[in-house]
Ligand binder design. Structure first.
Ligand SMILES: [Zn+2]
Length: 247
């Protein structure tokens, strides 16, 4: 019988359990439960429509501001050309000036037309946005109400994950750094499972519980006696012989 003080591998195995639990809980927290998926989708849809309406209105208003500024500049040019009319000496110059004036007037008119059509767009968008704004708070409230229970569950999961992380940090303090770095490297490539329990599959036969490959008898006896870390010859995970299971 072994004494009760935890071995480095006991601690490492415990660390792995804690880390796996953190992972499971984090994944659960990030996943909307099945019964709320449609609620979430409907809400996201309403939110999208709401934002789209607002964005459309804003872009119409921005464009209108740009056009109004351009019209103001063009009006300045027009005034300048018109004042030059009196100073013109030749018919040719006069014709050229009239052309300029014509062009500027056309430019102004194009922009004024665009402003008119933008106003129609804005009226439509505002109407739509108002009807969304009427229903949106109710949609948002309904969503929040249905999500309340889940939010509480998420908050509880966050607490558990935080507690797990504190525990993991504490365990790491008591594990050899070299062993930890081997553990972390294998865990990264093996979905978090770097330490595999050895399970007896016959009276004298043991197997790696992660890949189910049987251990050579020599390896099993090394594992029972040695203080070194022994890896599964097949999956390379750290083998964990839980002495407490030995009777
Ligand atoms: Zn293995």
């Amino acid at each position: 019988m072994a004494d009760n003080a935890p071995t480095p591998l006991d601690r490492l195995y415990q660390l792995q359990e804690v880390l796996l639990e953190i992972r499971t809980k984090s994944e659960k927290r990030a996943r909307t439960p099945d019964h709320l998926v449609h609620v979430e989708a409907a809400f996201q849809d309403a939110l999208l429509r709401h934002n789209e309406g607002t964005a459309r209105l804003k872009s119409a208003e921005d464009r209108r501001t740009v056009l109004a500024d351009e019209i103001a500049d063009l009006a300045e040019s027009l005034k300048k050309f018109q004042s030059q009319q009196k100073a013109v000496k030749t018919n040719k110059e006069y014709g050229a000036l009239l052309n300029e004036i014509d062009t500027v007037k056309k430019e102004i008119r194009t922009r004024e037309d665009e402003i008119l059509s933008l106003e129609e767009v804005a009226i439509e968008a505002r109407k739509e946005s108002e009807s969304h704004d009427d229903s949106f708070p109710a949609e948002a409230a309904g969503y929040e109400e249905q999500m309340t229970e889940w939010r509480a569950e998420q908050a509880a999961l966050t607490e558990e994950v935080d507690a797990g992380e504190r525990k993991a940090a504490e365990l790491r303090k008591h594990i050899d750094r070299k062993l930890l770095s081997v553990f972390d490297r294998i865990a990264k490539s093996r979905a978090g499972i770097a330490v595999a329990r050895v399970s007896m599959v016959g009276s004298q036969t043991a197997a790696c519980s992660a890949c189910n490959v049987r251990l050579r008898p020599q390896l099993l006896s090394d594992l029972r006696l040695s203080k070194d870390t022994i890896h599964c010859e097949s999956c390379k995970r750290i083998l964990y012989w839980d002495a407490r299971l030995e009777v």
